[in-house]
Design a protein around this ligand. Sequence first.
Ligand SMILES: [Fe+2]
Length: 237
Amino acid sequence: MTDLHTHILPAMDDGAEDVKTSIDMLRAEFCDGVDVVALTPHFYRHREDPEKFFRRREKSYAMLKAAINALKQGEKEKLPELVLGAEVAWWPGIADMDELELLCIGDTQNLLLELPFAPWDAGIINNIYNIMGKFGITPVIAHIERYLHMQSKSVLRDIFSLDVPIQLGCESLLHPALRGTALKLIKRDNAHFVASDCHNMSDRRPNMKPALDVVYKKFGDDITDSLLYCAESLAKE
Ligand SMILES: [Fe+2]
């Protein structure tokens, strides 16, 4: 199982505050059956130059790797494989950024993209087309359920017809008030994989297994397997 959207890197953003929390989160992921974790800290272009972000990410990753290497062999084996990435917040100039490829997940051309928490317009849709056309990058839309209430039906139709991978947050499948919408998104093929977007070990902890159990209970093997396969292929394409 692959968790493609996490904030596990230590002291990097509003996710894990230290290495101990990072290791605890990775252990929790592994216990859930997750064997590949993408590390996707927030990247906000208006706050930080890409060079500075890459330096901070490298330092945080080195810190985590050193802590993992210091574990006993038996403990090291009970952690998932790690892949570096980012959760890139959309901004108007995103399609002009030369370093965009370096923000993709691992060796892939897949970019985890966080869209604005505001009504979207045609400019955003065009921008997504430009990212694909100019760089050959596939934007992967993060946590679709969090934007829905702000969007018109027509802009959602446009987004869903882009034919790009769309992520659903595990939390939406576990929350009774959000579950119906989350399952509907999966049923209509408007969400293609689930990821935890975990930030800590308390209120936003790793939760892949319970979320996928909800999907399995409702839809059975085929749909659950297709969500799992989609996440796996996006991490290692
Ligand atoms: Fe996130």
